[in-house]
Design a protein around this ligand. Structure first.
Ligand SMILES: [Cu+2]
Length: 163
């Protein structure tokens, strides 16, 4: 076949050369998504609700931002993002704590990433963002805003202290 009709044979080869990557690329992408979701533990934030940005000061739980112990070892950290700070910008929990971060923005879109943890979410005005993480290792975890929010974006940070 190859010698009788070399052009047709090359045609098959080219077809296979395109079919293989068109199967391999989606398989690789799906594998990456499954790995990050289950092995690395990356999760998208809950749809935790909506809020009127002008009424943050009188809407629970944002009327009292900060750390609250819900049960032994379980905390809720309520934070408000605004240009260019998080309120509060420091949280301290014992090692082994499970902390649910609940955030909203007072003004523009901010980001909320805790370096070294799977916590990575957008903080959108009018929307409540929520994610839970367990802090097993003591140390200081840097919080950064990773959505460009204006001229002071680079100083918008905070930390979680795990003792
Ligand atoms: Cu920012």
């Amino acid at each position: 076949m190859m010698l009788k009709n070399p052009e047709k044979f090359m045609g098959y080869l080219f077809e296979v050369a395109w079919i293989l990557p068109s199967v391999a690329i989606p398989v690789a992408v799906i594998t990456a998504v499954v790995l990050t979701a289950f092995a690395v533990g990356l999760r998208v934030p809950d749809v935790a609700g909506r809020i009127e940005p002008k009424a943050i000061a009188v809407t629970q739980p944002f009327d009292e931002p900060g750390l609250r112990e819900l049960a032994p070892g379980k905390y809720q950290a309520t934070l408000i993002a605004q240009v260019f700070l998080f309120t509060p910008n420091e949280i301290e929990v014992p090692a082994g704590s499970e902390v649910t971060f609940v955030l909203t923005s007072r003004d523009v879109i901010h980001g909320f990433k805790i370096v070294g943890t799977p916590i990575n979410m957008m903080v959108v005005p009018g929307q409540i963002s929520r994610l839970t993480v367990r802090f097993d290792r003591p140390g200081e975890y840097l919080i950064v805003c990773h959505e460009y929010c204006g001229s002071g974006h680079h100083v918008m940070s905070g930390k979680v202290i795990v003792r």
